[in-house]
Design a protein around this ligand. Sequence first.
Ligand code: GLA
Length: 375
Amino acid sequence: LEVRAFAPGRVNLIGEHTDYNDGLALPFAIAEGVTVRARANAASRRISTHALDLGEHDELALHAPAMDVRSADPSTSAAPTVSALPGVPPLGTITNTVGWRAFVRGTVAELTRAGIILPGADLEISGDLPRGAGLSSSAALEVALALALLELADARAAIDRRELARLCSRVEREWVGARTGLLDQLATLFGAADTALLIDFSDLRIEPVPLVLPHGWQMVVLDSGSRRELAASLYNERRAECARAAELLGVASLRQARLEDLARLPAPLAQRARHVLDENERVRAAASALRTGDLPAVGPLLDASHASLRDLYETSTPAVEAAVQRLREAGATGARMIGGGFGGSVLGLLPPGAQPPADAGQVKPSAGARLLARE
Ligand code: GLA
């Protein structure tokens, strides 16, 4: 049996750093993504993986995915492998630099832990999504791997898509060391053509919002070209600050916090919480603007989101500011950093007649994760 599964990257139109605060976001899946081809290998109790674009290889034993089994090529032994065991919290500073192997090992381990009996398999990973550019290549990889492996195990229906999003986010938390929320996984799993997803993270309700740009309008992403080395630990720090703010306010999450209470918080917790509360309101405003076809109203919301991320949440960098500036100079009606921050990509909304920078790529709301073939 051979299967092929695809999971797209995502762009978050608006609603940044709200997911782990039980807030609101409005992401969409894009056309680019990660494809995993998986061939069952019944004779083996191993998963052997080839990352095509990197020319790298990994092999793991199904009964002990965390252990280094054997180096099929010399680079494998040099590459860092994951030592965390499932269920054991990571140090928090292991960043994405542990590389793609952690995702494969983590996905295999979490599926096994969920009771899925995986067959031995040969996997091949390919894709057209830039890594580390804030377009959610991590979630695309986890989800494509999970869908391919579930299909091979004939267990497609065993885990529903919300549960799968949680499983994939455990891969990031416990195997990669990034305490991310569910934004990226839900966007890749539930994305649809010409649609943004209004996600309420307090109950994981997802409402489709039509996102079709009128003639001449475009959305582009521009890679800031930088990613701060400490991005993952700074992200975790922001997350901890929000948890602390909620605790001081005596609420379960910042979703329940009231604007008038924020003055009781010390700096910088008050600023962080202020961003989260305002950002939820901006998401609501953007969703209703899209619903009424009022695209010009979205630009200023993107700008306000960016200013808040820069000044209150403090996740911008000089390279990100330069990218935002370039999009504004190109005529964007709104531009903002997307994703976890400290580098990554910037989104710009361009009206008719605006000419995007040559190195910007156009993005379009596209179909979500799916099985491409089974033969
Ligand atoms: C990263 C995380 C998401 C989300 C965003 C910020 O992309 O993976 O869970 O927290 O940052 O909105």
